[in-house]
Write a new protein. Structure first.
Length: 69
């Protein structure tokens, strides 16, 4: 299937897609914080840069809430 946009338009569209602070991620973060969980965000030291890290519980959370994330 051929792309319906030219290269510049496609590049602009893709650059507008966020990888951090998406709506699904913000909902999970608000829930965790309201319930007393403390976390780190997008830890670059870990493989895959997980969205949320709960160090106290040795837990990683990847939120794939949108197609491009």
């Amino acid at each position: 299937m051929a792309d319906v946009h030219n290269k510049a338009t496609r590049s602009y569209n893709m650059s507008m897609i966020r990888g951090k602070n998406t709506k699904p991620e913000m909902l999970v973060r608000r829930f965790l914080h309201a319930n007393g969980y403390r976390y780190r965000l997008h830890d670059k030291k870990l493989p895959g840069k997980p969205d949320i890290v709960l160090p106290k519980y040795n837990t990683l959370i990847f939120i794939h809430g949108c197609f491009w994330h």
